[in-house]
Design a protein around this ligand. Structure first.
Ligand code: PEP
Length: 252
């Protein structure tokens, strides 16, 4: 039985005080409930402040990105070891905004995955097709390419510290979510392909989140699909009330 995992990706939003208030409201609303795994992923500058708010609570801290080196002359970058140092448990890697805006390749994303795992972070690996790719019936081919590249040299043991987030690009921030069937089909494909790459047993325990316009009113049906094990939430994670409603939907 896979435990549902709801993570909030705040993207480049909030200021320090908003982040603190948002995290505090999530902690308060959750009231110590551990039936669903919950994480918040604020922008880099606010990680230490939010870390203080969530310390000792069931709300885990995640970062939105990392650079695949420990230290060095990489101006402006943040290493996985630094994220551990400020209290992160998770790091999001391969988000479509990074793939599209910052031209990140599967090879580069794979390097980040390895670097993050090496220092003990848990990785939320994002994959997903664009609208053109879906319309051209290329969804599975795209997911296949992204999984094969991003999971290169990932063993069944390493996969235990990974989560995959299926996020169709056309659903992110658009208000148009994948239908429950579209999500289920993609998740089943992902689980099967990960099984081929890393081992069937490991793939069975892999948590696969859905991301793309998850809101309180569609969370229950999406999360009730057999292979949908949680959600990576963008816009709705910026309102504690909405985020908590999605978490409650994960309780079932
Ligand atoms: C995301 O940023 O990963 C995301 C899914 O955003 P939204 O929920 O706003 O579509």
């Amino acid at each position: 039985m896979r435990k549902k995992f709801i993570a909030g990706n705040w993207k480049m939003n909030t200021r320090g005080i908003d982040g603190e208030l948002l995290a505090a409201a999530v902690v308060k609303g959750l009231a110590g409930d551990t039936r669903v795994t919950v994480a918040v992923c604020p922008p880099f500058p606010f990680l230490p402040r939010v870390a203080q708010i969530v310390a000792g609570t069931p709300v885990a801290l995640g970062a939105q990105n990392c650079y695949p080196k420990d230290d060095g002359a990489f101006t402006g970058e943040v290493s996985p070891a630094m994220l551990v140092d400020v209290g992160c448990k998770y790091v999001i890697v391969g988000h479509s905004e990074r793939r599209q805006i910052f031209k990140e390749s599967d090879e580069y994303i794979n390097a980040k995955v390895h670097a993050a795992l090496k220092v003990g972070l848990q990785v939320i690996l994002c994959i997903g097709e664009t609208l053109d790719e879906r319309k051209a019936n290329k969804t599975e081919a795209v997911l296949d390419t992204q999984l094969t590249g991003s999971l290169a040299k990932i063993t069944a043991k390493s996969l235990k510290n990974m989560v995959v987030a299926y996020e169709p690009v056309w659903a992110i921030g658009t208000g148009v979510n994948a239908t429950p069937q579209q999500a289920q089909d993609a998740h089943a494909f992902v689980r099967n392909r990960v099984g081929q790459l890393c081992g069937v047993a490991a793939a069975q325990t892999l948590v696969i989140q859905y991301g793309g316009s998850v809101k309180p009113d569609n969370a229950t049906i999406l999360l009730s699909q057999p292979d949908v094990d949680g959600a990576l939430v963008g816009g709705a994670a910026l309102k504690a009330e909405d985020f908590l409603a999605i978490v409650r939907a994960g309780v079932g």
